[in-house]
Design a binder for this molecule. Structure first.
Ligand SMILES: [Zn+2]
Length: 249
């Protein structure tokens, strides 16, 4: 999971969402009524999906696992729990069908004060709550919220851990390749590698590498040439917003 920049919904869509929300309120909608209204709002769902796709990492990757294609609109706060949030733009994320239907479903754990215990990637940095062991691809919760997020979204699935471990090998290799091309004065070829690196699945791996390369002890985590490449990549991307580079090309 990486932080995501949520764009403002276009005025026209915002207005249609407001009309739908108003109708739910006026009809005292329960979960069933809200679900029916959601299913019936085909055009709104299509436009929401398009907007969410522009916010997703890489080629429309799931906003939770970062691996599979994001196909479903997930209600972060489930309709079962809050029917009136069914049409709230900030409550929508794009998830793969596995994360949406097999993992998260209607889960929305909260602590004693009622604060949600799931990391909301459009409001906070998942890295503050979840750490990634790069060579093994395993996630570890740093906070209660991080642990609940890993549990609810199933982020310790063996296929995801293996995928992240292999993504780490690819990232190291591509960073070395990128540096070599720059050293050889092949800037266009270097940019091609960099672009490909930014949009590959498991963006959380490269994101964790960038964060770790800036933290104390980075020299113990990375080999010298990879660390140098990460630093020069950070410098290069500093002129633009680094998170923009992860988003849909
Ligand atoms: Zn997923």
């Amino acid at each position: 999971m990486i932080p995501l920049k949520r764009p403002k919904a276009p005025a026209n869509l915002e207005k249609r969402l407001a009309v739908k929300s108003k109708s739910l309120t006026e009809n005292y909608a329960d979960a069933k009524k809200a679900r029916d209204a959601w299913k019936g709002a085909r055009a709104v769902r299509r436009d929401l999906k398009e907007l969410l796709a522009s916010m997703a990492a890489g080629f429309v990757r799931c906003m939770y696992c970062g691996d599979s294609l994001g196909t479903d609109i997930d209600h972060f706060k489930p309709i079962a729990r809050d029917p009136l949030s069914a049409f709230i733009w900030e409550n929508h994320f794009l998830a793969c069908s596995h994360c949406n239907s097999n993992q998260k479903r209607d889960q929305y754990p909260c602590n004693h004060s009622g604060e949600c215990l799931l990391v909301n990637p459009s409001r906070e940095d998942p890295y503050d709550h979840i750490r990634l062991n790069l060579p093994t691809g395993k996630y570890q919760g740093r906070t209660e919220k991080g642990m609940e997020t890993i549990r609810v979204f199933g982020l310790s699935r063996p296929d995801l851990e293996l995928g992240r471990a292999h993504a780490y090998v690819r990232c190291e290799s591509m960073l070395r390749d990128w540096s070599t091309r720059i050293e050889n004065g092949r800037e266009d070829a270097a940019n091609t590698v960099l672009r490909s690196l930014m949009v590959q699945p498991f963006a959380d791996v490269l994101y964790a590498m960038i964060k770790k390369s800036d933290a104390p002890g980075a020299a113990n985590v990375f080999e010298a040439d990879v660390l140098a490449a990460l630093k020069s990549m950070r410098n290069k991307l500093e002129t633009q917003d680094v998170m923009d580079s992860f988003q849909n090309p």
